[in-house]
Design a protein around this ligand. Structure first.
Ligand code: URA
Length: 228
């Protein structure tokens, strides 16, 4: 327990320097079923040509998603920033570097989880996606979730949480984290967006607590049922 407290303090202060001895468990389900890959590829092909909203006019790349089709854990952010737009990969900028550290602290490889966004094209000047942009784009994400069928979903920040849980846009992340939500019968955790954590490093303690719940769910130490 002392190790955990030390770890949380170090995490809050910056880099975690020690790695906790959390029981290792694979977060892989199986080698990707070709049928799953084909279905995901078909959705990706469609998304890459998408012109359903105005973001298509200003994007450099469609940022479809990144990671394993077998992922038991899926992270969902808001929308691509400039770096992501340039590279066509989600969470590769500064916020992405922090997300990578969080994933590594959970003892996962980034390639084992799946990372996607509410909108697949960059909103200009990093503004929040407009409701109509999220509306046109959400069918892609819904199909990604359905095909990948993760065991746990993590919303990174308010935009993803509000859109997927159909909440009042005025809610705060603080008021909706620290509980296990139900997204189509899957456990759904809300945590702070890595960009927020970059601005507010003290929030990392809470974010790490959220990740402990995620790990507990994946390990089967926390039992959750959609009927509760
Ligand atoms: N912020 C997001 O919400 N998504 C990204 O892909 C990058 C930054």
């Amino acid at each position: 327990m002392n190790d955990l407290i030390k770890y949380l303090q170090q995490y809050a202060e910056g880099e975690p320097e020690i790695v906790l001895d959390i029981p290792l468990f694979s977060n892989k389900k199986q080698i990707s079923d070709p049928k799953v890959l084909n279905r995901l590829d078909a959705v990706k092909k469609e998304a890459l040509m998408c012109t359903r909203c105005q973001l298509a006019k200003t994007r450099q790349n469609v940022v479809f998603g990144d990671g394993s089709a077998d992922a038991r854990l899926m992270f969902i952010g808001e929308g691509p920033g400039a770096d992501e737009d340039r590279q066509g990969i989600p969470f590769v900028g500064r916020a992405g570097q922090l997300l990578n550290k969080i994933i590594a602290a959970m003892k996962f490889q980034r390639s084992e989880v799946y990372i996607a966004n509410i909108v697949k094209c960059r909103p200009p000047d990093n503004r929040d996606p407009l409701p109509e942009e999220a509306e046109s784009c959400i069918p892609y994400l819904e199909q990604q979730i359905q095909i990948i069928d993760p065991d746990v979903i993590v919303a990174l920040g308010k935009v993803a949480a509000v859109r997927l849980l159909n909440l009042d846009p005025g809610v705060s992340v603080k008021s909706i984290r620290n509980q296990i939500h139900n997204y189509k019968d899957k456990p759904f955790i809300v945590t702070y967006h890595p960009s927020y954590l970059l601005r507010t490093p003290s929030g990392k303690v809470e974010a790490w607590k959220d990740m402990q719940v995620v790990m507990g769910l994946l390990a089967g130490n926390i039992v959750w049922s959609p009927d509760r």
